[in-house]
Design a protein around this ligand. Structure first.
Ligand code: TXA
Ligand code: MG
Length: 301
């Protein structure tokens, strides 16, 4: 794949929107770092973010929306979350709030969690892309897994050349570090990631700041999970893969992109079934399969 770099203007944004609506991830500047954006309602599009980054595991991704009203259609905002949004949006603040049912957000975006990280970005290029796609956009930093976050189009190119179709060049980003993340779920606000907005400067978080990592960072089914299963026992709901059949199948054709995009939906289905346990067919430990197996192993403990 050849990676094009186009200067930020109306035309390049239309081209970026066309690619995103076709399920391809595109790199775009925000005020913090360059993001690798995909349609958050398209599971396979989002999976291609992981493929391009070569991420060995699925983390919940931040979803970008044009304004608070759009954010409230996806997440549930309490008084405190709304106050923070009112004060800092658009800007480098991400709010983790309960996910609404029927939000349309693909489950791979939240990695199966019942919460979602939402942000209204200030950068005109990201805002233009949100307008042109008319979709919520999931976007982690636009770098290969394990390398540092990109603050220029040239950084993105160095890291992801040949792996994504397009980079929108909007110059150097203003902030250079990723957004501050605050969780407003149940109970007091929690600072999950320090960032450009120094909420630690008191009034917002009052005395409720806790150590990061308090929030469950990955989804686990409530039932025992057996991995690498060639066939199921009687009391198991079997999640198949490729030729190994089951009650459901991650991908009949053996596609890892499809399997990754369906993983959390199928785990939820299995958890809700009448069977006492869950079995999952072997998934090859290569490419996206490494991330799939990582999530499965964590879900199994
Ligand atoms: O500045 C930024 O936030 C950049 C730009 C592109 O917007 N984006 C970014 O995304 O840093 P990402 O995917 O690298 O950061 C995602 C992090 C996760 O690792 C996790 O810590 C937190 O956001 N996160 C997202 N959703 C969450 C959730 N539902 N619960 C807990 N943490 C969540
Ligand atoms: Mg990152």
């Amino acid at each position: 794949m050849k990676t094009r770099v186009l200067a930020y203007n109306n035309e390049s944004i239309l081209e970026a929107a066309r690619l995103i609506l076709a399920g391809e991830p595109v790199a775009v500047p925000t005020e913090t770092v360059y993001g690798l954006a995909a349609d958050a309602t398209n599971a396979e599009g989002v999976t291609r973010i992981y493929e391009a980054k070569g991420r060995p595991s699925f983390n919940p991704l931040i979803v970008h929306v044009p304004d608070l009203e759009s954010a409230e259609r996806i997440g549930e905002f309490g008084e405190e979350a709304r106050a923070l949004a009112g004060r800092y949006w658009p800007g480098p603040l991400t709010l983790v709030v309960p996910l609404r049912e029927n939000s349309g957000i693909a489950s791979i975006v939240t990695a199966g969690l019942p919460t979602i990280g939402l942000r209204v970005p200030a950068h005109p290029a990201m805002q233009a892309l949100l307008g042109a796609t008319n979709r919520p956009l999931a976007a982690p930093s636009a770098n290969a897994s394990g390398s540092i976050s990109p603050t220029r189009a040239s950084h993105v190119l160095k890291s992801l050349a040949g792996r994504i179709p397009l980079i929108i060049d909007g110059g150097a980003t203003e902030r250079g570090i990723e957004s501050t993340i605050v969780a407003s779920t149940d109970g007091p606000l929690r600072l999950l990631r320090p960032g450009p907005i120094e909420l630690v400067a008191r009034w917002d978080l009052r005395e409720t700041i806790e150590a990061p990592g308090q929030l469950a960072s990955h989804y686990s089914p409530s039932k025992p999970l057996r991995l690498g299963a060639e066939r199921s026992e009687n009391d198991e709901f079997m999640i198949g893969f490729g030729a190994i059949e089951g009650d459901s199948n991650l991908s009949f054709s053996g596609s890892l992109v499809e399997a990754a995009s369906r993983l959390f939906d199928l785990l939820h289905d299995a958890d809700e079934s009448t069977k006492a346990r869950i079995a999952v067919a072997p998934v090859p430990e290569e490419g996206l399969g490494i991330a799939i197996n990582d999530r499965l192993r964590r879900a199994a403990v």
